[in-house]
Design a protein around this ligand. Sequence first.
Ligand code: FAD
Length: 405
Amino acid sequence: MLNINTRNLVKATVPVLKEHGVALTRHFYARMFLHNPELKPVFNQGNQQSGSQQQALAMAVLAYAEHIDDPSVLMPVLTLVANKHVSVGIRAEHYPVVGMHLLASIKEVLGDAASDELLAAWAAAYGQLADILIAQESAIYAKAAMTSGGWTGWRGFIVSKKVVESEEITSFYLQPADGGSVPDYKPGQYISVKVFVPELGMMQPRQYSLSCAPGQAYLRISVKREAAMATKPAGLVSNVLHRDCHEGALIDVAPPMGDYVLHEDRDTPVVLISAGVGVTPKLAMLEHLLKQNTRRKIRFVHACRHGGVHAFKQQVRELSEQYGQIKSLTYYEVPRAEDLQSIDYDQQGRLDLQTVASDFILPEADYYICGPRPFMQAQIASLQSLGITSARIHKEAFGSGGFAH
Ligand code: FAD
């Protein structure tokens, strides 16, 4: 525990962090990559370019300063961060490097306002945070190594099959290049993959949820190609995967991670809610529940733009027809002319959980939500207004950081 003087000094920086946090984290990343360019491939350069990583770190530093008296309230989010760190290969030896650049950045950005006393307080606070994360991460590394079929670090996998699921989502079936076992995992978990990005001239990691139930001879991920749009460039890794990773390609894979997982110890109904490519972890959960011959009620609520981008529609429709306990509900925001007679969707417009039939909002259920941040925020707000407690709402965001929601 930090002493009271240190904690007060850190808390006193909250107003400055609110105003200049992003300037600080921008400076920090630029400084670290200038002096330690070997760390660039460890960090998501897409999030660097969009600015979302700087934003996420600024929020993290602010949240830490605000909760310095009791950082344990940040544990859920620190667990999420620790999982991501392990999945991209961050190790204990990286922390002193990051700490050195963070402290130097505080000094350089705050100038005279950064007294020696303040810098010493932040050094102690950073040390405490690093200790918490290093301890969590070493436990996660140990668990990954001990899991059946598990490993730590990167392991080569061959793309054994590539299947187009929609106009923008393609599945990649991955098998260990060493001929060894496929790891066990929990439905909802993700892997990191690492590929060479020619545009950057370096390797880059990204996370992808496992989109099938565990227990197969392969891992499967389903990747949305992030196309260039008027306001933003094409996504780096998703385009490399779609364009360059053909069947037979070798890619690096980190072990399954993440604590957004199906609660298998419960017999509550399961309501799976997604938008777009957020459908992927739900497929693993759905398939797994059925493989286990579950008696739990399952609701599969999905929203997407139109039929052309509606991935896995046939699989979900067939399963809903086959298993009486599944009910599915699909929203197309802007159906195309050819969608109008389609049986693949039920409602036009945006999903609004406050207006769906009562059979999809089951008070005693567990709710698993995945999709873009604004979608998730809207669904969580709706569920809360319908009286669903936070403990029953489980969420995964496909973006950077964990402090933004
Ligand atoms: P990046 O190059 O990383 O860019 C990301 C976004 O930022 C793009 O939309 C890009 O246009 C935008 N951008 C880049 N530069 C700028 C700029 N200068 N200004 C404005 N915008 C900019 N994705 C899936 O498809 N399937 C999954 O199952 C899946 N699961 C995930 C699970 C987890 C736990 C997480 C964290 C993410 C998951 N993702 C998934 C998302 C995935 O990790 C990648 O973020 C996604 O594929 C985009 O990566 P990219 O390299 O193609 O884009």
